[in-house]
Design a binder for this molecule. Structure first.
Ligand code: ADP
Ligand code: MG
Length: 238
């Protein structure tokens, strides 16, 4: 894989256009953060990239492959949601291996990938537990583990930490930065949290009402916001 590109991507639900022409290039291994007010289209963009939502018009390409109609399972993309429903009756090991098992992967390969994810996420001692016996942060790590075992080229995170308390959010933010280093993959990450955006991003994309308002490095946006709207998201302390 090399690079992900959106060209004049639009999305309508019925007569309502919610993504109004987005052009964006994301380099291989880049950490890109989407910020913007509730309802501006962040989740819809991620869902189109993942293939969970059809693109109304425009093009999505990864490397030189047009992805518009490619099945979600064939895109090399894994998504981690804000509300990550783990299977309560399954152990951590079974939760992490489930998608691979469902896809028919050999048992030994599933076990090897689960072990690898458990090592990266420090979940080794918890593999036999069930979700009810885990803390919120541990559950979120299992949700990330379910994505890691699929060895995706691109990780999509949709406000993954917003249900965690403040202290845990800081801890998980550091974990996610480490994850990006260790996995060496592209990450597209949606957040409401300015500190998360500033500390994690190579590039921040500020969205407003279905359009990109400004794109830049955290420092670019902090020092040179194009307008008050961008400054409100990036520049001003909370
Ligand atoms: P964000 O994630 O930035 O809060 P969303 O991408 O969830 O925003 O939503 C963008 C807009 O699209 C909102 O106005 C939302 O109501 C609308 N929308 C999202 N999904 C659907 C859907 N399945 N059907 C109709 N409207 C939708
Ligand atoms: Mg959303």
């Amino acid at each position: 894989m090399s690079g992900l590109k959106l060209a004049n991507v639009k999305k309508s639900f019925g007569a309502v256009e919610v993504i109004k022409g987005v052009d964006l290039e994301i380099a291989d291994k880049e950490f890109v953060v989407f910020v913007g007010p509730s309802g501006c289209g962040k989740s819809t963009l991620l869902r189109m990239i993942a293939g969970l939502e059809q693109i109304t018009s425009g093009d999505l390409t990864i490397g030189d492959k047009r992805m518009n109609e490619v099945d979600p399972s064939q895109r090399g993309i894994a998504m981690v949601f804000q509300t990550y429903a783990l299977y309560p009756h399954m152990t951590v090991r079974e939760n992490m291996g489930f998608a691979l098992k469902f896809a028919g992967a050999p048992k030994a390969e599933i076990e090897q990938r689960v072990q690898e994810a458990a090592r990266i996420l420090e979940l080794g001692p918890l593999l036999e537990r069930r979700p009810g016996q885990l803390s919120g942060g541990q559950r979120q790590r299992v949700a990330i583990g379910r994505a890691i075992v699929r060895h995706p080229d691109v990780f999509l995170f949709d406000e993954p930490l917003s249900n965690l308390d403040a202290e845990l959010r800081v801890h998980m933010r550091i974990e996610i930065a480490r994850l990006h280093q260790e996995l060496n993959t592209t990450i597209i990450y949606v957040t409401h949290d300015q500190v998360e955006a500033m500390t994690l991003a190579d590039k921040i994309v500020v969205l407003r009402d279905g359009r990109i308002e400004q794109v830049g490095s955290p420092l670019d946006l902090y020092d040179n916001p194009d307008n008050i709207f961008v400054a409100g998201f990036i520049g001003s302390p909370k």
